[in-house]
Design a binder for this molecule. Structure first.
Ligand code: HAM
Length: 426
């Protein structure tokens, strides 16, 4: 028979134990922090009508042009696996009229996103985001609070060396004039631009500012800066944000060429960069998008949000931040009757907390002790024919190698006492 092996689709990231445990701990910390700031979870659909992303992220972006997993379902509807969360949150905000329920809506989400990118370190085709969006706050206080919250998250995870870069992309009042200036500038350098930037020159000239192509980078080195075109409101918004960040001591760099790969942003945009990540160095990113709710059919509503790349975050989190849980004791049965005797002790002790392990295969004492050591348990409780004859189990302190006996009649009770004693002294 032909041997075949089934594997995941290329670039689809899965998380195996023990890493999955660490992911859960970090995710829990994220939830706690966000809920502390008044956010509530939204569990979103993974599949959306393709039009949602074309209209929000923008037709002429890498994501929509090249990276979406799009297909027709059996009714010939074009559907897309979500490449990001913001568009779906805005769709939900409008669909369920969330703006009518609360004046301010603070929502977070956790889950997989899909982009057909070239897989490499920190870049996958199925990856995960921890994201959040706030609706209804137009002022820079919201921008500042969200950035401080993110910085606090990195701090709590003991991640160092993350740099916050900030920019403002202006608004519908001042950006058109900037676009024209930039277009005029780029038209004089057409030969130096890559195919994508040339093609996007009319619809989306800002893309050229953060194109990764070295020739494009050189060509835009002395391009006009959006800050020179900001209207008074945009200037004040950015200055207000900067002074708030300075008040609370959150360091940042202004990067006037930070434009982001999605078209919905207005005013503040930002990225948290970690040098340790190499080429894919953005661990979190986001900004303000005051027009998107309306563009997707809702009432004009200001909004601000971010997404953290979960895989990239975990590359920065030290394993020590989430030590693996260890069972307290290994119950070691050396024969069938011992197994029979220890099984009820095992299940009773695991009610509530995971206290014991019990191997069912009655392997040799040596191999079971080796496994107990590997699991990092504090005690091993051994029962074989000799112990059964004496009606006492041998209890071994795995650290000190000291051994003592525990009578069968109070095995559970004695182990519980030992457990409580150890927890008190640790
Ligand atoms: P984004 O910059 O496309 O923004 O993605 C946010 C973060 O997701 C990135 O900084 C990165 O850490 C991670 N990420 C993106 N693509 C990949 C990938 N292929 N593999 C691994 N990680 C990846 C957004 O998605 C916006 N929705 C953020 C936002 C929320 N803006 C406002 N609200």
């Amino acid at each position: 028979m032909k041997k075949f092996s089934l594997k995941t689709v290329k670039g689809f990231n899965e998380v195996l134990p023990p890493e999955s445990f660490r992911w859960r701990v970090v995710e829990e910390k994220f939830r706690e922090l966000l809920e502390g700031y008044g956010f509530a979870e939204l569990r979103l659909a993974l599949l959306e009508p393709t039009e949602l992303f074309a209209r929000s992220i923008g037709d002429e972006t890498d994501i929509v042009e090249k990276e979406m997993y799009t297909f027709c379902d059996r009714s010939d509807r074009s559907l897309t696996l979500r490449p990001e969360g913001t568009a779906s949150v805005v769709r939900a905000y409008n669909q369920y009229s969330l703006g009518k329920l609360n004046e301010i809506n603070k929502l977070y989400y956790v889950g997989p996103m899909f982009r057909y990118e070239r897989p490499q370190k920190g870049r996958f085709r199925q990856f995960h985001q921890l994201g959040a969006e706030v609706f209804g706050e137009a002022g820079f206080y919201q921008d500042a609070e969200t950035l401080v919250m993110l910085a606090q998250f990195f701090h709590e995870l003991e991640i160092k060396g993350v740099v916050l870069q900030l920019n403002s992309l202006g608004c519908e009042n001042c950006r058109p004039a900037f676009r024209e200036r930039l277009q005029a500038f780029l038209k004089q350098r057409l030969d130096a631009l890559c195919g994508d930037c040339r093609r996007r020159l009319d619809e989306n000239p800002l893309r050229a500012l953060d194109c990764k192509n070295p020739q494009c980078r050189e060509a835009v080195a002395d391009a006009p800066l959006i800050s020179e075109s900001w209207c008074t409101d945009c200037r004040e918004h950015f200055a207000g944000l900067r002074s708030l960040l300075e008040d609370v001591g959150l360091e940042y760099e202004v990067n006037p060429k930070l434009v982001r790969g999605l078209d919905y942003y207005t005013r503040t945009t930002f990225e948290f960069l970690a040098g340790e990540l190499g080429a894919q160095n953005a661990v979190a990113a986001g900004g303000r998008y005051d027009r998107l709710v309306e563009e997707l059919g809702g009432k004009p509503t200001p909004a601000f949000g971010f997404a953290i790349g979960f895989e990239r975050l975990m590359l920065l989190v030290d394993a020590g931040i989430a030590p693996l849980p260890r069972p307290f004791a290994a119950l070691i049965a050396l024969d069938e009757e011992a197994l029979r005797l220890l099984f009820p002790v095992h299940v009773n002790l695991n009610r509530g907390v995971r206290m014991t392990t019990l191997g069912f295969q009655q392997k040799s004492l040596k191999s079971q002790l080796k496994k107990a050591d590997k699991d990092g348990v504090e005690f091993a409780l051994i029962v074989g024919s000799e112990e059964r004859a004496r009606q006492e189990a041998v209890c071994r302190n795995m650290k000190t190698r000291e051994q003592f006996n525990l009578p069968f009649v109070r095995l559970e009770e004695a182990l519980r006492e030992l457990y409580d004693e150890c927890r008190r002294s640790s």
